[in-house]
Design a binder for this molecule. Structure first.
Ligand SMILES: [Zn+2]
Length: 131
């Protein structure tokens, strides 16, 4: 980012110019990356992990792939655009010690910590800095 390529936002015009040979054979369409203007002072947060050769967006808290709904199917997000315009929470199931209302490790009758599977529920957004 920050590197200024010559941008041709109008793809149609680009192709026309390309056909006329105006841009030369090596012209590469740099389609403007439409970074969704979220505008409300927050941004998506995620880490990128390569899973089976595919760069997948993952929760920065538990590291599980962030899943989104695409036509009713739950699929991992592979691009920030996949995350849409809404604030998301991690839906991954993680294992951990059960916590009570005060955030302490819950214990069973024998005093052993209770291990459970629960939803990570980490926020996948953060306040945007520098605004
Ligand atoms: Zn998570």
């Amino acid at each position: 980012m920050g590197q200024k390529h010559q941008q041709t936002n109008d793809v149609k015009r680009f192709l026309e110019s390309y056909e006329k040979g105006l841009l030369g054979k090596k012209a590469i369409a740099v389609v403007a990356h439409t970074t969704a203007k979220l505008g409300t002072g927050w941004r998506h947060t995620y880490i990128k992990r390569r899973i089976g050769g595919v760069v997948t967006l993952c929760c920065s808290t538990c590291g599980s792939p962030i899943t989104i709904y695409d036509h009713g199917m739950e699929v991992p997000a592979t691009a920030e655009e996949d995350m849409g315009q809404k604030r998301l929470f991690c839906r991954a199931k993680v294992s951990g010690y059960a916590l009570d209302e005060e955030g302490r490790v819950k214990r069973d009758e024998d005093g052993k910590p209770v291990w459970e599977k629960r939803e990570c529920h980490a926020p996948l957004f953060a306040k945007r800095c520098g605004r």
